[in-house]
Structure formats: structure tokens, C-alpha cells
Design a protein around this ligand. Structure first.
Ligand code: BTN
Length: 330
């Protein structure tokens, strides 16, 4: 597929481009446009005015995702599936070989998508970004907390960039806009580490089950129009690769500031669960590697080391009350 041609058309944003501006061999240009249309890209063709891009293909386009991706590790290989049990399952299967480090699995649909705490993750076929990344991290980056933060920061950045909205991380794994969940991260391990990300891309309000209609959102709802999921996948792969390579070269603390800056809880009154107590207080600091510091109602400052942090959430909610039992945000 001619991806530079596709880009040229996309960048014209619906404006007609005469075929002669797309190449000297008009027969060849027509053939390449046919190929784009056959894949599913929506083009308007006019005998005199040329061709105008009207919209993305309904399915992920691997060529579009991989073209000039320029990442170090994440996305070295991108595998796109139409229907799987869970993209995390496929990544787990590939984890037998470290040659698959950086492999990205994408699916249009999951028959048994998983969320945290045994919840399911449901999304209508073709509506979402369902992605798993397989990594073989060094010990310094291998904790579930760090890898979850990697997925959450990368996703929040992509949500913010594509909507212009403030995307925040609700500890430990939700990405939310205005308090509504738009994405979730599920880290699982085998021989490697798997970062599974579900991002609500093109779901309409009615696509969410009743219980989630108020608590969840999607890019389409925020933008008022569908998004190009291949471009979204590409952007997410790039942000994940950026933070992961920075972590590898300069240490896990490189992710601490972006993670803290996107926290939904910092500066709020929160409820924290530790093995020995449930505490309510003002969250003064949140550190990805060290844990958190609270000011308790009686004015005492209290540090909770990371290893003791079992739950963190708003004070007026129960411990870790993300979503509805049995369903997650997708
Ligand atoms: C959560 O919020 O509970 C985490 C949801 C993670 C969902 C994604 S979708 C892609 C990957 N495959 C899965 O089965 N789960 C993750």
C-alpha cells in the first residue's frame, strides 16, 4: 500500500487533489487509489477535481501503523488480528522467545478481554484500541507498578494530544477525562512482561452498557467524531517506546514526574489502604518508586512506602472502586 500517498491525502483534510499532482503515471496513481479504497479508506473521486480523503479504514492498517514508525523497541513487530480471546493471551504465547521483545498485538475484537480484579473488558468489534505490548524489561523496570505507570502515562499522553483535554491517571491503572474512564491498563507476566491497554476510541454513548454510560467515555464522545485508530495505535506505540527507552537508559525514576503530573489524586483528600490501616488525608506527594506522603487530619505527616500501598482513591469512595463489578471501563 502506498502510505506516502495516503498521508498526502489525509493531510489535505477532505480537499480534492488533482491526480496529476499525485504522480506522473496516472494509471499507477489510479491503481494505488483503488488499493486504498479496497482496504477500506474512504476516498471521494471526481473526474476533474481529483481525489479527496474522507475517512480512515474501519480496520487497523498495519502498513499505516508501521510506516516510518522509528521506534527503538516497542513496535519492532506489529501483529494485527481480527478476533482473539485476549491480546494479552497472544502476547503471552509469544513470550517464549525474547526475540519478540517489543512485539505489539492489536485486535479488532476480544472474546474474553480481561480487566483488573477478574473483571471483563468488553468493546464492540472495531470500536477500540485493544493492544498488548510484550517486553523483557531489566529488573529495574520490571515491577508491575512501573509497567502499569508506563502504559497509563503513554495512554494519557495520547488521549490528551488527540483531544486537547486533560487526561489523568486514577491509581493504579485507569486513564480518565473529567472523572470518566477512557482507558485501562492490565499488566500480566509470563517469561516476559505484558502491558495490555484498552482505550475507548470510537464507542458512542449507547455502546456502553447502562452502568458505565455515566462513568466512562471515549475519544469519539469527547471529539464529536470518530478517530483514526491506526494513527492512535501509532502514537501510543511511540509514547510507550519513548518512556521505556528513557527508563532503560536513565533509570526508572524518569517516569516518576510525568506519572505524578498526571495523577488525579495529588493535592486531593484521599483514602489509602495499607496492610495495617485505612488512612484518610491530604495527598502531598506521590512517588512512583518511593510511595506517598499524606497529611492526616490531625496535621501529622505520614509516609506510606510503595510496598505497603494496597489501595489509593478519593476519600469519598470505597477502596479502589473503579467501575462496576464484573465489567470494566470498555
Ligand atoms: C482495567 O481497567 O481493568 C484494565 C483493562 C485492560 C484491557 C486491555 S484490552 C487489551 C488487553 N487485553 C485484555 O484482555 N485486557 C487488556
Amino acid at each position: 500500500m502506498n502510505i506516502p500517498l495516503l498521508r498526502r491525502l489525509r493531510e489535505a483534510r477532505g480537499v480534492f487533489i488533482p491526480l496529476a499532482e499525485l504522480g506522473t503515471d496516472l494509471g499507477r496513481v489510479r491503481g494505488e487509489l483503488d488499493e486504498l479504497e479496497a482496504f477500506g479508506f474512504v476516498l471521494e473521486r471526481h473526474p476533474y477535481r481529483g481525489v479527496a480523503y474522507q475517512g480512515p479504514a474501519g480496520q487497523f492498517c498495519p502498513d499505516q501503523i508501521e510506516f516510518e514508525l522509528d521506534t527503538q523497541r516497542v513496535g519492532r513487530r506489529v501483529a494485527v488480528w481480527s478476533r482473539v480471546t485476549s491480546t494479552n493471551d497472544l502476547a503471552a504465547r509469544a513470550s517464549g522467545s525474547s526475540a519478540n521483545d517489543g512485539l505489539v498485538i492489536l485486535a479488532e475484537e476480544q472474546s474474553a478481554g480481561r480487566g483488573r480484579r477478574g473483571r471483563s473488558w468488553m468493546a464492540p468489534a472495531g470500536s477500540s484500541l485493544l493492544m498488548s505490548v510484550l517486553l523483557f524489561p531489566p529488573a529495574t523496570l520490571a515491577s508491575a507498578g512501573w509497567l502499569t505507570a508506563l502504559g497509563a502515562v503513554g495512554t494519557a499522553e495520547v488521549v490528551a494530544a488527540s483531544t486537547g483535554r486533560d487526561a489523568r491517571i486514577k491509581w493504579p491503572n485507569d486513564v480518565r477525562v473529567d472523572g470518566r474512564k477512557i482507558a485501562g491498563v492490565l499488566v500480566e507476566r509470563g517469561p516476559g512482561a505484558i502491558i495490555g491497554i484498552g482505550l475507548n476510541a470510537n464507542l458512542a454513548r449507547d455502546d456502553f452498557p447502562g452502568a458505565l454510560r455515566e462513568s466512562a467515555t471515549s475519544l469519539r464522545i469527547l471529539l464529536g467524531e470518530p478517530v483514526d485508530r491506526s494513527e492512535l495505535a501509532r502514537a501510543l506505540i511511540r509514547r510507550l517506546d519513548h518512556w521505556y527507552e528513557l527508563g532503560r537508559s536513565q533509570g526508572p525514576e524518569t517516569l516518576a514526574t510525568p506519572w505524578r503530573n498526571r495523577s488525579e489524586h495529588l493535592g486531593q483528600t484521599v483514602r489509602v489502604t495499607t496492610p495495617s490501616a485505612e488512612l484518610v488525608g491530604h495527598l502531598d506527594d506521590l512517588d512512583l518508586l518511593q510511595g506517598l506522603t499524606l497529611t492526616l487530619p490531625e496535621g501529622l505527616r505520614h509516609h506510606v512506602p510503595l510496598r505497603d500501598l494496597l489501595a489509593l482513591g478519593p476519600a469519598d469512595a470505597g477502596p479502589d472502586d473503579a467501575g462496576t463489578p464484573g465489567r470494566s471501563g470498555g
